[in-house]
Design a protein around this ligand. Structure first.
Ligand code: AMP
Length: 186
């Protein structure tokens, strides 16, 4: 209760408020990129709780057994959502970070390629999975994570983002069978 009383928001928060709190950082990490900095939304405890409640409300009746967070900003909210849904949390990580046996998927970037990995024994055919990442840009990262889920034979998938950059049309890369939700669209 302490944090709520201390906070400057006396009205219930709305998605529009989160949108205002997210910070734009021009030319990061390279010139020409407008970086959506979500760390400002995590600074504010009311905003943080609003975001957790938002996803819990959306997915509470879906029978989610595992929340899968994508390295690294999918790790910010993923475990909190999982805990509230009564689900486990599974990290999808960059190569060489996970210690036990993994399944891997490589994907193309504008220049070169990248790989994501998940522990082979973390998921199985009984799992209903909520994949979570901070931002959908071209969709390559989430597509690769979905391929990993297929390799693990999970029974159903949902995908959630905090932000979708609609003008990049990443959403067009996804199969219609996978329900995708973005809290904020630009
Ligand atoms: P993509 O695979 O192109 O959809 O890129 C998604 C990943 O890149 C996410 O994990 C984001 O964290 C990061 N990303 C891409 N573009 C931005 C951006 N403009 N601002 C913040 N993060 C970004």
């Amino acid at each position: 209760m302490f944090h709520v009383e201390q906070n400057r928001f006396f009205q219930p928060m709305k998605v529009e408020d989160v949108k205002k709190i997210i910070r734009d950082v021009p030319d990061f990490p390279t010139k020409g990129i407008l970086f959506k900095d979500i760390t400002t939304a995590f600074l504010d405890p009311v905003c943080l709780n609003f975001m957790i409640d938002y996803y819990v409300d959306l997915y509470k009746d879906k029978g989610i057994t595992k929340v899968v967070g994508i390295e690294s900003r999918g790790f910010f909210l993923g475990p909190s959502i999982a805990s509230r849904l009564g689900a486990g949390f599974v990290p999808v990580r960059k190569p060489g970070k996970l210690p036990a046996e993994t399944v891997k998927k490589s994907y193309d970037l504008e220049y070169g390629s990248d790989t994501v990995e998940v522990h082979k024994d973390a998921l199985n055919k009984n799992d209903v999975v909520l994949l979570h990442d901070d931002l959908l840009a071209t969709g390559g990262t989430m597509q690769a994570a979905i391929s990993l889920m297929k390799k693990c034979h999970v029974s159903k998938m949902y995908v959630s983002f905090i932000i979708e950059l609609e003008f990049l049309k990443g959403i067009e890369k996804f199969e219609k069978e996978v329900p995708i939700h973005s809290m904020i669209k630009y």
